[in-house]
Write a protein that binds this ligand. Structure first.
Ligand code: ADE
Length: 250
């Protein structure tokens, strides 16, 4: 039987989901509240991890070891790391890397020591399902679901779906210098955030299939903090609700 773990870093990113849980029951563990129940017919456990790789890794481990989830989806926002990736676009990860992992010269930069891996592949079938759900949201629900004021404020026109590399690190990227130095090493990078690759490593180690979907909240530049804050308050919940609703239906 499927039991889906759904992680978000912040309450604002989880907001669209928990209101729709049936038979919701909140169980505290390790300073987090794990909310069990049925989400659009799927047995689920929703949890806010808080920000950062350690918080995300601990949360994923608890979901697997204590709550016996069979699959994990991370849903939240990210900074756009490519000229083609704009605020309001959706990025589904096909692979994730910890951009602040650097044990060189002992191991190559980005490689997680003693795993032989620098990036972790997301589960193909979950990722395909999430891509379909995200695309359906953008094509069918977006105009009705996001109001004119929000579309104007964030200059959202016809947001697009991307699939590719997401990098995570314990650092909020908010200037061109930080971003361009990352891009120099990782030209294929689409988005930056602070949790996904940590969840990816834990899921890899436990053999649990996982996927990551991120809505772009900012361009990882000087305006990132302001844009991020407004975006998670105003729009993030709507993306989360609609993408996960369509995902659970599939
Ligand atoms: N999450 C959302 N925007 C981000 C950014 N610019 N850097 C890191 N994590 C983010």
């Amino acid at each position: 039987d499927i039991r889906l773990g759904i992680i978000s870093a912040l309450p604002e990113e989880q907001a669209g989901l928990i209101e729709h849980m049936q038979h919701a029951q909140s169980i505290p563990r390790g300073m987090r509240d794990f909310i069990t129940g049925k989400l659009w017919g799927v047995s689920s456990v929703c949890v806010v991890s808080r920000i950062g790789k350690v918080a995300a890794a601990a949360t994923a481990t608890t979901l697997i070891e204590r709550f016996n989830v069979t699959h994990i989806v991370f849903t939240g926002v990210a900074g756009g790391a490519d000229g083609d990736v704009r605020v309001g676009d959706i990025v589904v990860a096909n692979g994730l890397l910890q951009h602040d992992m650097d044990a060189s010269p002992l191991f190559p930069r980005f490689e997680v020591p003693l795993t032989g891996l620098s990036w972790f592949a997301a589960d193909l079938s979950l990722t395909t399902q999430l891509k379909h759900a995200a695309q359906q949201f953008l094509l069918q629900d977006f105009m009705q679901e996001i109001n004119d004021a929000d579309r104007a404020e964030f200059k959202l026109k016809t947001p697009r779906l991307h699939c590719g590399l997401i990098a995570s690190g314990d650092e909020f990227i908010d200037c061109d210098i930080k971003l361009s130095s990352l891009k120099q090493h990782l030209p294929a990078l689409l988005a930056v955030e602070m949790e996904g690759a940590a969840v990816a490593q834990v899921c890899h180690e436990f053999g649990v299939p996982f996927a990551v979907v991120r809505t772009i909240s900012d361009d990882a530049n000087g305006d990132a903090a302001i844009n991020f804050t407004r975006f998670i308050e105003q729009v993030a919940r709507c993306y989360a609700r609609n993408i996960l609703r369509r995902f659970c239906a599939s």
